[in-house]
Design a protein. Structure first.
Length: 103
């Protein structure tokens, strides 16, 4: 009887939902480059994840695998005022997003 109770507890624990990944903070820096329509976005996400940026006006994505410090530097394309979303992917999970605008 006790074994059955323990087994149901273990199985139930495996089926409990995991918490979603928290969204990253906004980028540390967004600067226009010498090339019109190209910007450099710098920031930090969870270490050893894939940093992703999406331009909501064009539905284009850019990404970069981060290392142990979680830093990224990604060149993106857009126009001044475009809304961008930054998020990250860790394993099979995707974080929430933070938005920012291109200067």
């Amino acid at each position: 009887m006790a074994l059955a109770a323990c087994a149901s507890w273990v199985v139930g624990g495996c089926l409990s939902p995991t918490l979603p990944l928290p969204p990253p903070g906004p980028p540390d820096e967004v600067t226009a480059t010498e090339t019109e329509g190209v910007y450099l976005v710098k920031g930090t996400v969870t270490p050893d994840s894939r940093a992703m940026i999406m331009n909501t006006a064009t539905d284009r994505f850019w990404g970069q695998q981060t290392r142990s410090d979680g830093r990224y530097e990604i060149f993106v394309e857009g126009s001044p005022g475009d809304t961008m979303l930054v998020f990250y992917v860790l394993g099979a999970e995707e974080s929430g997003s933070a938005d920012f605008r291109l200067p």
